[in-house]
Design a protein around this ligand. Structure first.
Ligand SMILES: Cc1cc2nc3c(=O)[nH]c(=O)nc-3n(C[C@H](O)[C@H](O)[C@H](O)COP(=O)(O)OP(=O)(O)OC[C@H]3O[C@@H](n4cnc5c(N)ncnc54)[C@H](O)[C@@H]3O)c2cc1C
Length: 506
């Protein structure tokens, strides 16, 4: 491997000094994503990149990737860094490519209803641009203000709008990708071809940056709806709220978005923002369409809610909850950190999944809240989050709860989303013996293990020596089971909320 000073000189020659950083502060900023990681993990991973680079063109990305052959440094692509399990964080240092300087809307085709955007653009920026032209995205990821086009595609994300318009995946028509050998490929047909032969777009969806670096995407767009409106309904408990969601699916109604949040979520939110609506188990339903359509859609949903003991809340409450849909984890301020368990579960078993999630929360004595959204007519996203203080040893045991949530999702016919550094063992549980074929795909695209290596299919440590260079995924699973057991043995729940209120809180 070349010296770091040599690598620095080569990177500076390629991008110029202002777009190559190696200072302690920059490296620290990029050493974590949204995940709260206990400091203990620094013993096994080198989370700090050696360099952070900010390319502005596909050609520059390609040059940086080719340089890695010379320097031997691994590469980590990164968008907004909003992922939950360390997927956009290095495990062995190296070069971190921040794509956010590639954020332009390159082309906009009203006739064919497509937009071509650079991968570092945030979804909120793309949506804002399209709305100004009378169009909109069919699906907008939940972390839209910070999440990037390339990041959400690689994260395999879900988002607002999929219940009416179909999954995000279906709206990505074509990608430009810099492959690990530096060559540039297109994955599909940018027209509405309905999935032409040899369309490789799907291979990159959910690949977590392990197969190449997405630099551009062609997205399907739709005309901007004439009107949109949110309604909110409080239910006596979460089970009734879940039954309401199931009934919406059964009746074939297709609002733009359907979600359920529990009273704990609003309790946490209120602790950090006094104007938060009164804590309750609340379903939020959003309608889109013409002025004439919306009242009809709303009337049908009102009737379903009333039949399930739902009380319609004031329209200002609904508008406030919808306006703050992208701010889902304000509670992080209560505890310094939190962990999210994102799972897809069958709608048919949603009631059971929620009841068992509540039982897991009690058993592991975590301060947790539950958020649910209908992804489509068969699938719901079940995403509880738990407060944790990642600066304490006992805080790390909260990850045991996330592990058990993933087990639950798989047990009832769903699966967790996101593998990253921490949850690689779930791949085997989800795909069994077929897991080997995922490794084979990686081998085809990245035989030299350059790009986001040591994640999703295997877990590298920071050491490049035989025997201790990888952690077998079952070891990670065992470790998290131990964390869960320790968590259960804890005599009482964490008291973040009380501590925060004592300090004067909100
Ligand atoms: C408030 C909030 C709400 C969220 N809600 C949801 C939700 O509802 N559903 C959901 O699925 N997730 C959700 N997430 C998780 C996360 O936001 C998504 O996975 C997100 O879309 C990731 O986008 P990003 O740009 O931040 O990617 P990053 O976190 O930067 O990266 C994600 C992965 O993609 C890779 N990557 C990034 N850019 C590229 C690129 N251009 N080419 C190749 N690889 C790349 C990274 O290496 C990493 O493996 C939420 C997060 C937050 C903070």
């Amino acid at each position: 491997m070349a010296s770091l000073d040599y690598a620095h000189r080569r990177l500076v020659n390629t991008l110029g000094p202002e777009r190559v950083a190696r200072g302690e502060l920059e490296r620290m900023v990029y050493s974590h994503d949204f995940a709260a990681l206990p400091k203990l993990v620094l013993a096994q991973w080198r989370l700090y990149p050696d360099f952070v680079v900010l390319p502005q063109t596909t050609e520059e990305v390609s040059q940086v990737v080719r340089l890695s052959d010379e320097t031997g440094l691994p590469i980590t692509p990164r968008g907004g860094g909003t992922g939950m399990f360390g997927a956009s964080v290095p495990n062995r240092g190296g070069v971190l490519i921040d794509l956010r300087k590639m954020s332009k809307v390159i082309a906009f085709d009203a006739e064919n209803r497509t937009a071509t955007v650079e991968a570092g653009a945030t979804w909120a920026a793309v949506e804002g641009y399209l709305r100004s032209k009378g169009f909109a995205l069919p699906v907008v990821p939940a972390a839209a203000p910070a999440s990037t086009v390339g990041g959400a595609i690689n994260g395999g994300g879900v988002g607002y709008g999929s219940f009416r318009h179909g999954p995000l995946r279906a709206h990505v028509l074509d990608l430009e990708v810099v492959l690990p050998d530096g060559s540039v490929m297109r994955t599909g047909d940018a027209r509405e071809s309905g999935g032409a032969f040899a369309d490789l777009t799907a291979a990159f969806f959910g690949a977590e940056g392990t197969l190449g670096i997405v630099t551009k995407a062609v997205l399907r767009i739709r005309p901007k709806p004439e009107e949109s409106k949110a309604a909110a309904y409080a239910f006596p408990d979460l089970a009734s709220g879940a039954a309401f969601l199931t009934r919406i699916v059964e009746t074939g109604e297709t609002p733009f978005h359907v979600a359920l949040i529990d009273r704990e979520h609003l309790t946490f939110e209120r602790a950090v923002r006094a104007e938060t609506p009164d804590p309750a188990d609340i379903a939020i339903v959003t309608f889109e369409g013409t002025k004439d359509e919306i009242p009809l859609q709303e009337k049908a949903i009102d009737a379903l809610a009333a039949a399930g003991n739902g009380t319609k809340l004031a329209s200002e409450v609904a508008a406030d909850l919808w306006a703050r849909r992208h701010i889902r984890y304000g509670a992080r301020r209560l505890s310094r950190g939190l962990v999210v368990s994102s799972n897809l579960v069958p709608v048919a078993r949603l009631g059971e999944a929620i009841a068992r999630t509540q039982a897991l929360i009690r058993r592991h004595k975590v301060n947790a809240a539950i958020q649910v959204a209908l992804v489509d007519s068969t699938t719901a996203a079940l995403s509880p989050y738990a407060l944790m203080d990642d600066t304490t040893l006992s805080g790390g045991t909260t990850l045991g709860f996330v592990k058990k949530m993933g087990d639950l999702a798989i047990e009832i016919g769903g699966h967790p989303i996101g593998l990253g550094l921490l949850m690689v063992f779930n791949l085997r549980k989800m795909h069994g013996r077929a897991t080997g074929s995922m490794g084979a795909v990686k081998q085809v695209f990245d035989p030299g293990r350059k790009v986001n290596a040591g994640k999703t299919i295997e877990v590298w440590t920071k050491f490049n020596w035989p025997l201790i260079n990888v952690i077998p995924p079952p070891f990670m699973e065992f470790g998290l089971n131990v964390a869960a057991a320790l968590r259960r043995a804890k005599p009482f729940r964490d008291r973040f909320l009380k501590a925060y209120e004592r300090q004067g809180g909100a």
